[in-house]
Design a protein. Structure first.
Length: 450
């Protein structure tokens, strides 16, 4: 089934059937980061530290595309729920146009600002050649990464998580095959190191873009030539109404990571390398939550559009119970296995210590961090991006960064990690309360006669 109605059927079964393909796809995409981190770790601490500085910039681009995808997914899901097929096509087509324009502008600015940007992030001069190896190539192909990401958001809005899963799996397989060949110069090819990692990612995402556009245009007819010129102003307005705050929400995260990286850089490149490894291990541990959150957004959008609030309430309740249990399990796992997990990527003693310290402190609050992710996704899905923005601003800017700076003066790296956990806990409770209030308010509004 290329398209699925999420307003009927058992909520638990829908969430499971939608989340599992999404989880597999996320595992595949995350494996790209894990594989690259492992291979680049073999090149030495400098290459690994360079990727630690690159990571926030790549996240910045991903946040822009995520914002457009959130806006598109929300309006498409609600249009599907209210049976407005023409608007489904308009929104899908214009979302891809927006994604292409934004990514090309980002690449132009990025290519002109590599040195000043990464010096601002705290990168020492001896790491700039490594950073150039990756970014000078990655910028040229970043639009190939953004377009399939937004296209997959359109597919998820239609209740289809299988095709996005297939395309993400293809990305991982192609990267797994190409990356070591280009990084280390196997089979007589030149040794490209970090540039090879960038080329492998671009080639992998290009294949995903071809498949995604084919399904949207040929199979689903979500992209049409008529929609390129129909209702452009209204489509852009509706998408950007959600995309701008959603992008802002997600841009805050890489900005926070960038500032954190600069703070950690004062403790040496090895500390940055350790933080980079811990961040990637954390992403792996939270993949199932990410998959569930991605599933919940179109579920919330379609049921909100169909005015089936009790279904959404039950889905949220199921999601909260699950992520709280999952967060506890990950906290125990990372506490027990922090050292061997970190040593898969680096053997440097200082880098290992920095990573292990993070994995002993922050995962304690994964359940509440997961609550924020679930509620933010639900808010975006129902077309209320502002609460998600408030949650992110509160967590990262209002609570985390001031607290991290303050506690770092007293406890160094430990203080930065304690600040992360505290911010997760405080905002997590607030997110749970808002989701309950939003459903009650919507249900009350529906019950009042027009």
């Amino acid at each position: 089934m290329l398209k699925r109605d999420l307003t009927v059927g058992d909520e638990k079964q829908i969430l499971i059937s939608q989340t599992l393909p999404m989880l597999w796809g996320l595992i595949a995409v995350m494996s790209v980061t894990i594989v690259d981190t492992y291979y680049l770790g073999l090149l030495g601490t400098h290459a690994l530290a360079a990727m630690g500085f690159v990571f926030p910039v790549v996240m910045f681009m991903n946040s822009l595309s995520f914002g457009i995808g959130v806006g598109a997914s929300s309006v498409i899901a609600r249009a599907i729920g209210s049976k407005q097929e023409d608007w489904v096509r308009n929104y899908s087509t214009q979302a891809l146009v927006l994604a292409l324009i934004v990514s090309l502008l980002f690449a132009m600015v990025g290519l002109l600002t590599v040195d000043p940007l990464f010096r601002l992030l705290g990168a020492p001069d001896d790491l700039l050649p490594y950073i150039h190896q990756y970014m000078d190539t990655w910028y040229w192909g970043c639009f190939l990464i953004v377009v399939p990401m937004v296209g997959n958001a359109c597919l998820r809005a239609a209740g289809n998580t299988k095709i996005p899963s297939y395309t993400m799996t293809a990305i991982a397989v192609i990267n797994l095959i190409i990356a070591p060949v280009l990084i280390f110069g196997l089979f007589g090819l030149p040794r490209l190191e970090l540039q090879g990692a960038a080329i492998a990612s671009i080639v992998a995402y290009f294949s995903a873009m071809v498949v995604t556009l084919y399904v949207l245009y040929v199979k689903l007819h979500f992209i049409t030539l008529k929609a390129l010129t129909s209702q452009i102003g209204q489509s852009w307005k509706d998408i950007l109404h959600l995309a701008v705050p959603a992008s802002g929400t997600n841009l805050i995260s890489p900005i926070s990571i960038a500032i954190t990286t600069r703070l950690i850089a004062t403790y040496g490149s090895e500390a940055v390398a350790g933080y980079s490894v811990a961040s990637r291990i954390e992403m792996f541990g939270l993949m199932l939550v990410m998959a569930l959150a991605s599933t919940l957004a179109p579920f919330a959008g379609q049921n909100w559009g169909a005015q089936k609030i009790e279904r959404l309430r039950r889905a949220l309740r199921l999601s909260f119970v699950f992520v709280w249990g999952w967060g506890l399990a990950m906290a125990v796992l990372f506490w027990l296995a922090a050292v061997p997990l970190t040593q898969l990527f680096t053997q440097h003693e200082a880098a290992v210590q920095a990573s292990v310290t993070y994995l002993h402190i922050v995962p304690i609050t994964y359940g509440l961090l997961s609550t924020i992710m679930i509620v933010s996704s639900m808010a975006n899905g129902i077309g209320q991006a502002l609460p998600a923005l408030v949650m992110t601003v509160s967590r990262l800017l209002v609570i985390y960064l001031p607290l991290a700076w303050l506690l770092a003066q007293q406890w160094g790296l430990n203080g930065i990690y304690i600040a992360t956990a505290a911010a997760n806990a405080l905002v997590g409770f607030g997110a749970w309360y808002w989701s309950t209030h939003a459903c009650n308010k919507r249900e009350a509004a529906i019950s009042v006669p027009a």
